[in-house]
Design a protein around this ligand. Structure first.
Ligand code: FES
Ligand code: FES
Length: 157
């Protein structure tokens, strides 16, 4: 079936088989920042935002996103114009192999949209569906806290 969405702020249509997963559609169309890890909803590597909410795209059937708005990491920032969260992840040393990073950043972005002043426990809770084998999480939470502080600072009149 043909599915019409908005992806990273632009119209995006694709053909999907009934059981096809959103993660596969995205990667097949070149959005390789959406990683494929476990395939069973446990690692968070495939997180994208669907109408602003983080979802594991390996668990989302592609035909079900008709009319929805999808944000992938490519829509948040680019190497030439990184999002502040991406800059803070890099500055904090929160990126090692990088496999978890797009999902982490998108989950953190969704958190900061709904809660601009989270404490460390709230950041950890927002990221508890995103697994990282490399960093031990402290630097990731540091990065999100720094991005939140920067966001508040930049919002000042
Ligand atoms: S690949 Fe989707 S949660 Fe692991
Ligand atoms: S940086 Fe390697 S899995 Fe998180």
């Amino acid at each position: 079936m043909n599915v019409t969405t908005r992806l990273n702020g632009k119209p995006f249509s694709f053909d999907a088989a009934p059981g096809e997963r959103l993660v596969d559609v995205l990667r097949d169309h070149g959005f390789m920042g959406t990683k494929f890890g476990c395939g069973t909803g446990e690692c968070g590597a495939c997180v994208v935002l669907l109408d602003g909410e983080p979802v594991n795209s390996c668990l989302v059937l592609a035909p079900r996103v008709e009319g929805r708005s999808i944000l992938t990491i490519e829509g948040l920032g680019t190497p030439a114009a990184p999002h502040p969260l991406q800059e803070e992840f890099a500055d904090a040393g929160a990126v090692q192999c990088g496999f978890c990073t797009p999902g982490m950043v998108l989950s953190a972005h969704a958190l900061l949209l709904r809660n601009p002043s989270p404490n460390r426990q709230e950041v950890a809770a927002a990221l508890d569906g995103n697994l990282c084998r490399c960093t031990g999480y402290v630097k990731i939470v540091d990065a999100v806290m720094a991005a939140a502080a920067r966001r508040r600072e930049e919002a000042r009149p």
